[in-house]
Design a protein around this ligand. Structure first.
Ligand code: GLN
Ligand code: ZN
Length: 793
């Protein structure tokens, strides 16, 4: 029985790769954005960056070897993204980047970064200004990949030696690795057609010869195993796509019968693709047994597993941070061994460890992460040991008496019974919930009238999404406070002053519903997590989100409750400064869940409901403190959607219910807002309507038309603020431009339902552009008001 790993995090346990890449971008004259004061100021040569990459690869191979894994991956390293690496490998480089290949002063890596991040040579007219390739989420993870672009006449050619170089690099280190590659079907499906008239899967025949070149060279170099990642197998595939899959792997097997192909699927079951998958001539099938436990039985019982095919059991969770339960994993492993024999069984993490933080041993701050909680956790490095230990235990006649097993079970037991985790009052409260708790008192139409009387807002009311620029100063105050360089009172005074400034300024330009600016918040989830019971935080638990960007999700380890109000003091303070309406600002239960590591000992919906109750208490307290408008942000509701459509209704049902529990504790006059940041919400618009928020503000300035289409087809019942300008760009829109957008919106949204707001929070913007843009926005709203008050002929 072999152990293997599907991929190791490349960012480095101290984010070495992030820091080195950012230094390199700042050092190169063009890689930092124009206007970045650091552009061209730092010094770091390409060689330094390449050296860091090399060190990290070496270190990661070494530690996987030290853990005792039988098969160690290569080509899982990336300077930015593994899909972009693949795009370069198969030579699918969009035409607009051609000029970069004519510029001999650029390195290959420079060209690669240009595709990932865009390229602006200078401010001079006619100088090169290339937009980056699009980025999107990698399945249901928080990792973002660079989307391949295909045209009808797309051609492919082997164009990078990365996969061979890394294979040889490891070989020189004495490790015969298993190169990892994105399978041809998933690679095509990950991309987008950039012109009409074809489906990208039809490019397979042109793409396959490049895979053949790759496999030829790998086998010449001595590779024995190659891992093909085909995560699209966890989604609904069309017959055409399944036929393509069969064709691809039959071709590969025909040409390279000696190569052992591991076909890796993760994040969900094979589902309807199982039959196709079982017919493929591959050496090994990898199953994610964390996400889909029934799969092993399905395969063993089907009688259709070829006796030439092995199974790789993904028993150690690559997506979460909990210690493996050995007893549980061993039942799967034993079952497989009994059915097909140990030679045909491998064990592995469920997916690439890219989605796990690097190393738990770095967490030495016992206050941030107490030893009791820490013992329940396992990060990438520890997960390797778990895989290796499972192999040891499987060989034991009586693993239960093995010390590693005993320790593991004692820890599992301590988690089951810990008083830190289990709060009876919370569990009882969830049990006691009834449908009325998830329902506002009166229907929207009635609430709307009451709110109109209570709030007295003009038509086309103006507001913002919550945050105002978090300047370097504001962030420095927080850093100083955390380091103990300033006292809590000093810190709060500074934040109060900043809040007051923001309020005065909003009054001055004439916004209708004000916000306090969120200056006291580091992050919209972390801020609440730190104030709720049941959450823990790490110091080094970083996970790559995209390129050099990493996130450090909180850990929800126990029943969630709110020991005391979290935002009431700030909101009341802000409201006390103004006679205008101050909007309270909260993060919703689904978003808090989605952006955390969630406990695995109860359903996600149960945890989400607990968070919803904590937020509900906050909403009620805000109302009691005199806050009349309360916004509960749910930017992540869409990204929680399961990979298969058939699983959507169930998720949407509990997600919507959680939001409603959070927001239904208030009286009818209190106006509940929500905010979402994505434009494609056509397919879940009915669920969004079911949230029954009085007002929804949504990001849509980048695809206004799509949004309007949705409204044409579905009469959204409540009020809505389609974002009128894109806050992701420093560009300032004009009054006329905004007025035009609003006029367009009015063709599908009734006048009395339309709000005017930017499309997201402004925390990443500078003050100057924010102020100009919002003045233009307010002016546009006024222009519209005048146009409706004029009698029409
Ligand atoms: N209220 C938050 C803000 O303005 C919303 C952020 C978000 O949508 N991601 O920053
Ligand atoms: Zn947003």
């Amino acid at each position: 029985m072999k152990t293997h790993n599907l991929g190791y995090p490349r960012i480095g346990s101290h984010r070495e790769l992030k820091k080195a890449s950012e230094r390199y971008w700042a050092a190169s004259r063009w890689a930092a954005p124009l206007g970045d004061p650091n552009r061209g100021t730092k010094t770091q040569s390409l060689k330094e960056l390449l050296d860091i990459g090399k060190q990290l690869r070496r270190q990661h191979w070494q530690l996987q070897q030290a853990a005792g894994l039988d098969l160690i991956p290569s080509n899982d390293f990336s300077y930015y993204d593994q899909v972009l690496d693949m795009t370069l490998t198969v030579g699918a480089i969009p035409d607009r980047y051609q000029p970069l290949f004519e510029d001999a002063s650029l390195s290959d890596l420079d060209r690669y970064f240009a595709m990932a991040r865009g390229f602006q040579q200078s401010y001079q007219e006619n100088s090169l200004d290339l937009t980056a390739m699009e980025m999107t989420k990698w399945f249901d993870t928080n990792y973002h990949y660079i989307v391949p672009e295909f045209k009808k006449s797309q051609s492919f050619a082997l164009s990078s030696t990365k996969i061979f170089d890394e294979f040889q690099e490891a070989k020189a280190q004495g490790i015969l690795t298993k190169p990892v590659i994105i399978g041809p079907v998933s690679y095509l499906l990950l991309g987008k057609e950039k012109e009409a008239g074809f489906h990208r899967i039809t490019l397979l025949e042109k793409l396959l010869p490049v895979y053949q070149d790759i496999l030829q060279q790998l086998s010449d170099l001595g590779a024995e195993y190659v891992q093909f990642d085909e995560p699209y197998l966890a989604t609904d595939l069309s017959d055409q796509e399944r036929t393509a899959l069969k064709f691809a792997y039959q071709e590969i097997h025909r040409q390279f019968p000696q190569l052992k192909i591991i076909l890796a699927n993760y994040f969900d079951c094979f589902g309807d693709n199982l039959e196709t998958v079982l017919s493929l001539p591959v050496d090994t099938l990898h199953l994610d047994l964390v996400r889909c436990q029934l799969q092993l039985n399905d395969i063993l019982d089907s009688g259709k597993l070829s006796d030439q095919t092995s199974l790789s059991l993904g028993v150690v969770d690559g997506r979460n941070i909990w210690k493996n339960d050995f007893a549980h994993s061993l039942t799967f492993i034993r079952k497989a061994i009994e059915a097909i024999g140990p030679e045909r069984v491998m064990i592995a993490p469920s997916c690439s460890l890219l989605h796990s933080p690097c190393d738990l041993e770095l967490e030495n701050d016992e206050q941030a992460l107490t030893p009791e909680i820490k013992q329940w956790l396992s990060f990438a490095k520890q997960k390797l040991d778990e895989v290796a230990t499972l192999k040891v235990l499987v060989k034991e006649d009586n693993p239960a008496v093995h010390p590693a097993h005993q320790i593991n079970q004692a820890i599992a037991e301590s988690r089951k019974n810990s008083e830190l985790i289990h709060q009876n009052a919370v569990k009882q409260r969830v049990k006691g919930l009834t449908n009325t708790d998830a329902k506002r008192q009166a229907p929207f139409a009635q609430r709307k009238q009451l709110q109109h009387q209570a709030l007295n807002l003009p038509c086309f009311p103006t507001t913002t999404i919550g945050s105002f620029p978090q300047t370097r100063e504001v962030r420095q105050w927080r850093a100083k406070f955390k380091k103990g360089e300033i006292t809590e009172t000093q810190y709060q005074d500074l934040i109060r002053q900043e809040t007051e400034k923001a309020i005065r300024w909003q009054e001055e330009i004439g916004l209708d519903v004000l916000v306090h600016g969120e200056f006291e918040r580091n992050d919209m989830v972390e801020y609440f997590g730190e104030k709720l019971d049941g959450f823990a935080f790490t110091k080094f638990g970083w996970v790559q989100s995209y390129g050099s960007r990493c996130v450090k999700p909180p850990i929800i380890y126990g029943d969630v409750s709110r020991p005391q109000p979290m935002t009431v003091a700030w909101s009341s303070f802000a409201q006390s400064l103004t006679s205008k309406i101050m909007k309270g600002m909260l993060t919703g239960p689904v978003t808090i869940l989605q952006w955390s590591f969630v406990r695995n000992d109860q359903s996600r919906s149960e945890t989400c409901t607990q968070i919803a109750l904590a937020i509900r208490d906050e909403v009620v307290d805000l109302e009691q403190a005199g806050i009349k408008v309360i916004q509960v942000d749910e930017p992540a509701i869409r990204e929680g959607l399961p990979l298969r459509r058939s699983d959507w209704p169930q998720y949407l049902a509990w997600a919507v219910k959680a939001f409603r529990i959070a927001t239904s504790g208030v009286g009818d006059e209190t106006q509940i807002h929500t905010h979402m940041c994505y434009s494609e919400f056509n397919d879940i618009i009915e669920s969004i309507a079911q949230l029954d928020a009085d007002v929804i503000t949504i990001e849509c300035s980048r695809s206004q038309m799509e949004l309007l289409d949705a409204f044409a087809n579905f009469a959204y019942p409540n009020d809505i603020g389609p974002g009128v300008y894109d806050i992701h760009s420093p560009r300032v829109p004009s009054q006329a431009e905004i007025a035009t957008l609003l006029e367009k919106a009015r063709t599908v949204i009734p006048t009395d339902q339309l709000w005017v707001n930017p499309d997201c929070g402004l925390k990443t913007r500078g003050w100057e552009e924010t102020q100009t843009a919002l003045k233009e926005m307010v002016a546009a709203a006024k222009q519209l008001r005048e146009s409706v008050s004029e009698p029409t002929a």
